[in-house]
Design a protein around this ligand. Structure first.
Ligand code: SF4
Length: 363
């Protein structure tokens, strides 16, 4: 988002919602507490700021790209540029509107931070100006300059396979056996990668990313209009799938002000890596106010200071576990009696802090 778009989102949250926004595990922004009947006004506000570029394709513009790409010197290519190109191709292909709103394009710049997010079509920059295109466990290697167009062609191949199968598959993983995406038939003629593997790497830590970029996290994935405005001025604001924000064009000296605004700016913050679903009172299915129960004691440091790996932890009000992280994570699930299961182990609510700390650090 540009500065203007960030301001628009903050204004919309205050004028039409309850001033709060959530960042989802796909890096989308959700405005909370919208009043009945405000849809047209909200759409007009967002469209004017360029945040709704296509009424027909809005639900299928699901592209996650390494959010620090091009800012910190890591990565084999600036996949933010690929994301823009892919979005342009997507918007200009009328047939692409038939993709499901759950279909996901993932563009990893080679550092492995987003490759594991379960994309239906995944592009990975591999150096030497080349890319790998991964679909359904198979991959081909091609020129990076051809990668965005090839990703869209692969999505077309998925739609063709889904039509042939006739089972109403929304995602590549839902295609029945024998109905794989045929890349050659989709017009992607490239060298197959013999044993395709997706890279794995950590997300950017909260703090300084480079000479003019910062990374922060939103506590429990929640932003407010005030926190959004605190990110400005910025050249660009990128929401991340780890419920954080990468701010391009920001002086590292601004970190204390962002911390004062309630954002997570240090990897040892007790809030880092802690997420929760909506829970009570916002969700009728919830068995507990999981957001209140997930709030760490501010006096505690984040677990695992001994150097051991600390897993993300997610609190859920019911078994749907909405918005849980990808990869390994600690599962904290509310139960009917007001207590919890921590990775399946019954745990009284009063013993949660110790049990969660142990579960996050001992595996
Ligand atoms: S996990 Fe359950 S309680 Fe939490 S938001 Fe989803 S449906 Fe509601």
């Amino acid at each position: 988002m540009t500065s203007r778009q960030v301001k628009t989102l903050a204004d919309a949250a205050e004028r039409l919602g309850d001033g709060r926004l959530s960042i989802t595990s796909r890096g989308n922004a959700e405005l909370r507490g919208l009043a009945d009947g405000c849809g047209a006004e909200l759409a007009a506000l967002l469209a004017e700021a360029g945040l709704l570029p296509s009424p027909t394709h809005e639900r299928v513009r699901n592209i996650v790209a390494s959010p620090a790409s091009g800012l910190d010197g890591l990565g084999a290519a600036d996949v933010q540029l690929w994301a823009r190109e892919l979005d342009t191709h997507l918007l200009s292909a009328p047939w692409a509107a038939a993709l499901s709103g759950r279909f996901l394009f993932v563009l990893d710049d080679g550092r492995g931070d987003v490759a594991g997010l379960g994309g239906d079509v995944t592009l990975v920059a591999v150096g030497g100006g080349e890319a790998e295109l991964h679909v359904g466990g198979r991959a081909v290697r091609l020129a990076g300059s051809d990668a965005p167009a090839a990703a869209l062609a692969a999505a077309g191949g998925f739609l063709a396979a889904a039509r042939r199968a006739g089972t109403g598959a929304w995602r590549v993983g839902e295609l029945p056996q024998g109905y794989e995406v045929d890349l050659a038939e989709s017009g992607v003629t490239a060298e197959p990668v013999p044993a395709p593997e997706l890279p794995q790497g950590p997300p950017p830590s909260p703090g300084v990313l480079g000479p003019t970029a910062l990374s922060v996290l939103a506590p429990l994935g929640r932003l407010t209009a005030a926190r959004l405005r605190a990110l400005l001025p910025a050249e660009e604001v990128r929401l991340t799938p780890w419920r954080g924000v990468v701010v391009a064009g920001a002086d590292p000296a601004r970190l204390p002000a962002l911390e004062a605004a309630g954002l997570i700016t240090r990897p040892d913050s007790p809030w880092a890596g802690v997420t929760a679903c909506t829970g009570r009172p916002g969700c009728a299915k919830s068995l507990a106010d999981v957001r209140a129960d997930a709030a760490p004691d501010p006096a505690r440091q984040r677990p695992g200071r001994s150097g051991r790996r600390v897993l993300p932890v997610h609190y859920s009000g019911c078994e749907r576990r909405c918005g849980h992280p990808h990869g390994d994570w600690t599962d904290v699930l509310a139960t009917a009696g007001g207590d919890y299961l921590v990775d399946g182990v019954p745990t009284p609510r009063t013993a949660l802090p110790e049990a969660v700390t142990a579960a996050r650090t001992t595996r």
